[in-house]
Ligand binder design. Sequence first.
Ligand code: FES
Length: 121
Amino acid sequence: EVDMAKIRFIKENLTVEVPDGTTILKAAKSIGAPQGDRCGGVCACSTCHVYVLEGFNNTSEIEDEEFDILDKAFDVRSTSRLGCQAKVHGDIAVEISDESFQAFLDEHPNDKEAAHKLRGK
Ligand code: FES
């Protein structure tokens, strides 16, 4: 039996349950949360930048590669992670950064209106 973890995307008020070890980015995609991923999830762009506001200890450890890319992100905080690198091992609550939301809009011009509505602005 696979352990499940719950991820809540705070600004969009979306919650999804995923198998332990799933990345935040994969979880976001599975539920249509507007998170960017310009490099396709290979730790090379920082457009998947999120803040883990609850349950940070329930995420995988940050590796050197992720630190290097996070260094180039905007408005980096102690709660910052790359959604494509952070795996969940328990319940967490996540805020998709403005940088990441903007990247999503750029990548999905047809979903702009729906994404803004979800985000509440
Ligand atoms: Fe590019 Fe995560 S999607 S670093």
